[in-house]
Write a protein that binds this ligand. Structure first.
Ligand code: ADE
Ligand code: ZN
Length: 346
């Protein structure tokens, strides 16, 4: 990593950087304006009538308090068009920030559990993926997340329900409340998902009870391909060495971290990056935490004093850790290298 010219205007460098996002929850992109317009369209009574009132409800200081607001907000999502609009609005914003490829989580159980068919959810999201590729030139994939605070049986039934749509889903993940819900609870579900051809990732949220043990289980018992968040791994040199040897990607979310833990965890993220782990920058739930990709890169760069070469390395890590074909990956990496070279950064 070398900067051959200096100084580089880091704000401009980040704004134009070709980006790859690997950790965004589609349901976490429900901005107040869209929530209000979907409530109107579907005749759903909600307590708030203005954007400011909806924004005022977006208050939390932990993962648990965030989830308590996040799930009820989804009641406005009912039809194929609603899921399309949610995903297409996010993809439009992402493309405007230079995101070239994105792998997006969705939570089917948060919808099927309240009577919305799986097929409605997946068809709306898939239509957004196809339309965004054609109209915006952004490449996108879907990752089905199981809700870890619900039963392993419900997760397995959801996995079975997904199989007719396997070609539209690149992998599976695990999210929601981690307290008392370790990766091992879902060992059979993830083993079956692997045999069905899905890639595997899991949230190991920040500063959880048992964070290190959960990271160990995800790596050693489940055999994940990536870990979402996971920066507590810094506490275990042995696990860091294993993750490095296996080239495991870590999808870190600096702005989200500062909401749910009061700390961006920039020190940990940068220690892992400088130690050679495949650390990436992502937005998590941007409508709730107020930062899309550009804001997340800018916040981390400012907080941690990153160089332009380190910012470039973070973007490269994301394309490396993405579930792309080797041909698509090389195309994006060539574009990234050319972008860095135009600023004299490699
Ligand atoms: N669901 C949406 N965002 C999440 C996060 N950051 N952690 C766990 N579950 C989530
Ligand atoms: Zn997340």
């Amino acid at each position: 990593m070398t900067d051959v010219t200096s100084p580089v205007d880091l704000t401009a460098f980040i704004a134009g950087l070709p980006k790859c996002e690997l950790h965004v929850h589609l349901e976490g992109t429900l901005a107040p304006e869209l929530k209000l317009s979907l409530a109107n369209r579907n005749n759903i009574a909600i307590a708030e009538t203005t954007v400011a009132e909806v924004e005022a409800t977006y208050q939390f200081d932990s993962l648990t308090s965030f989830l308590a607001i996040y799930y009820p907000a989804m009641n406005v999502l009912l039809t194929d068009d609603d899921f399309f609009d949610l995903a297409f609005t996010y993809l439009t914003k992402a493309a405007s920030q230079g995101v070239r490829h994105v792998e997006m989580f969705f939570d089917p159980q948060a919808h099927t559990g309240r009577g919305v068919p799986f097929q409605t959810v997946i068809r709306g999201y898939r239509r957004a993926v196809v339309t965004a590729q054609a109209q915006l030139g952004i490449s996108a994939e879907l990752i089905l997340c199981f809700l870890r605070d619900l039963s392993a049986e419900f997760a397995m039934a959801t996995l079975m329900e997904s199989l007719p749509y396997k070609d539209w889903i690149i992998g599976v993940g695990l999210d929601s409340d981690e307290r008392g819900n370790p990766p091992s609870k879902f060992a059979a579900v993830f083993a079956r998902a692997r045999t069905e051809g899905y890639m595997l990732t899991m949230h190991c949220d920040i500063d959880q009870v048992g964070s290190i043990e959960h990271i160990r289980q995800a790596l050693e018992e489940i055999g994940v391909d990536r870990i979402d968040h996971g920066s507590n791994i810094v506490e275990s040199p042995a696990l860091v060495a294993e993750a490095k040897r296996r080239g495991i990607g870590f999808t870190c979310c600096p702005v989200s971290n500062s909401f749910v833990t009061h700390d961006m965890k920039s020190k940990e993220i940068v220690e892992l990056l400088r130690g050679g782990l495949k650390v990436t920058v992502n937005s998590d739930d941007p409508a709730y935490f107020g930062g899309y990709m550009t804001e997340n890169y800018a916040a981390l760069a400012e907080h941690a004093g990153l160089t332009a070469a380190e910012v470039l390395a973070l973007a490269r890590n994301a394309f490396d850790a993405a579930w792309l074909t080797s041909r698509a990956r090389s195309g994006f990496l060539d574009e990234l290298d050319a972008y860095g070279a135009s600023f004299g950064v490699s």
